[in-house]
Design a protein around this ligand. Sequence first.
Ligand SMILES: Nc1ncnc2c1ncn2[C@@H]1O[C@H](COP(=O)(O)OP(=O)(O)O)[C@@H](O)[C@H]1O
Ligand SMILES: [Mg+2]
Length: 340
Amino acid sequence: MRTIAVLNQKGGVGKTTTVANVAGALAAAGQKVVVIDLDPQAHLTIHFGVEPQTITEGVYEVLTQAADFNASLMLVRPNLWLLAANINLVGAETELVNVVGREIILREAMQASRDQFDFCLIDCPPSLSVLSLNALAAAQEVLIPLQPHFLALQGFGKLLQTVDLVNKRINPHLKVMGVLLCMHDTRASLSNEVRADIETFLQSARGSNNAWSGAQILPTFIRRNIKLAEAPSYGQTVFEYDPACNGAEDYGKVARFLLGMNEMPAPVPAASVPAPVPAAPTPDPPSNDPAPAPPAAPPIPIATVNLPPPPACSPAPVRMEPRACSPGLAPQADPLPPAV
Ligand SMILES: Nc1ncnc2c1ncn2[C@@H]1O[C@H](COP(=O)(O)OP(=O)(O)O)[C@@H](O)[C@H]1O
Ligand SMILES: [Mg+2]
């Protein structure tokens, strides 16, 4: 199982959106995926249409060793299991403060289940807390979503240093896979400048023994797309909400990158291409697609895959009424990472 912690101590950069939609794409492509909602705000849990108040066995219960990891997983889509968050998770930090080995509870809890899944994606909270440390101790790879705007790089060095510390002290397998640019506008010179700065920074670490020495900016990025912000209001991934939108295309490409499918797939015969889910409320405005027109290419199966309806889960995911989208948290100050 590849375990990927999706981490950035800033809020509102695209962590939850990335976990939900990459997991949705991987599961639809036949991979067995488990997602873990380590954020007390429970946005990932809500994104899959599950009410956090209904969760009696979730991340908090696993971290406090009141519940078994495997038994707490909910099947929320075919091939896709969720370890959900509930409000109790807010208190986990304080409750675990005197627990010896508190950073590795999740890793140990997951150990027996590793062979059952192909991917585990962990949605981290917007802090470098004991919850994030549990993610870093359990993962082999770190993916950093980053919104390339003013101050985007503030705290980036500290984030990498924290990963490096965890790598040196508690998890020698941990590496930074890379940076995923989210809400990227290729027309904005600031976005391109931030991108260039990150590239220079990462290049300077090549050949070192840092945990980020092999990190790259992912060759694909996520454009700003309103459908990505709307989909969670319906408890859906973007592939269910609007499989033809830019957001579905972009996250499909990220999933393909993770699967090592960087080449365009062989043309799919028209008859075997699944029909898109008829959920597209409105087409994307043309201005939403700043990327140059791609060469004529066959459809990307992951981005167009037609998901069957979710199976019954225990408890059943609750289809939520549309509600205002989360504005995300304001960027946080850099807390010093706890001693690890
Ligand atoms: N590419 C995008 N285009 C438009 N809105 C986005 C995009 N990615 C995320 N959002 C929205 O931005 C907000 C913050 O994203 P989120 O994934 O929750 O960030 P984080 O988990 O880092 O706090 C959410 O309302 C989300 O729906
Ligand atoms: Mg989040």
